[in-house]
Design a protein around this ligand. Structure first.
Ligand code: ADP
Length: 205
């Protein structure tokens, strides 16, 4: 089994691309969703988040006050670093366990916006970057999240530049309407299966 990462800036179309891979029968691990789940269920993580932000960062129903966390980490880089030190290793461990449960598949996908920033790429064999022009990404997110251009731009500010991500990736998917997304996904799917076939042949020798 090989481990493939999918990353890209906010609104690039990562989730959309992953849905196509899911249709092809490829299991996908969604890092952001899992992180949210871990923050609500893992007692050790909850304790560390409370130690960092204060006991009342979880309300009386044990729900994390995400807005407050976002506000603090946005304004205090030191808090962002500490928060990342809690959440990134936890997601890394969780995704590793998830991958071990999917060894019967030729390959699996981990989708993460902050794949390189979190060091998550180190556990992966190949990385796909989804890319689209900034203006288009902003428009798509404004529509998807019913939000303002300013808010989308501030979320983008915390992410590694698109250029750097592209440079570090093995495959690039252009989600700018220039070529059908489905065809591009099928192309990468075939290439990955080919890599796996070659690996199997080498192992059998
Ligand atoms: P990401 O996961 O990278 O933030 P999404 O996959 O959620 O991005 O895409 C952002 C928004 O743009 C979604 O509402 C999605 O439906 C829409 N979208 C993505 N790709 C396309 C496309 N090729 N054409 C039209 N809309 C798209």
């Amino acid at each position: 089994m090989i481990k493939v990462g999918i990353t890209g800036g906010i609104g690039s179309g990562k989730s959309t691309v992953c849905k196509i891979f899911e249709v092809l029968g490829v299991p996908v691990y969604y890092a952001d969703e899992r992180a949210k789940e871990i923050l609500q269920t893992d007692a050790e993580i909850i304790k560390r988040v409370k130690d960092l932000f204060g006991e009342d960062v979880y309300d009386s129903n044990h729900v994390l006050d995400r807005k407050r966390v976002a506000f603090v980490v946005f304004h205090e880089p030191e808090f962002l670093a500490q928060y990342n030190k809690i959440i990134h290793p936890a997601v890394l461990l969780d995704s590793e366990k998830w991958m071990q449960r999917h060894l019967q598949y030729p390959y699996v996908i981990k989708e993460a916006a902050l794949l390189f920033e979190s060091g998550g790429n180190k556990q992966l064999d190949k990385v796909i970057c989804v890319t689209a022009p900034e203006d288009l990404r902003i428009q798509r997110v404004m529509q998807r999240d019913n939000t303002t251009e300013e808010q989308v731009r501030s979320r983008m500010a915390n992410q590694m530049s698109e250029e750097e991500k592209l440079e570090k990736s093995d495959f690039i998917l252009y989600n700018d309407g220039s070529a059908p997304l489905i065809r591009q996904v099928l192309n990468i799917h075939e290439k990955l299966l080919e890599i796996i076939r070659k690996q199997d042949q080498l192992e059998k020798r």
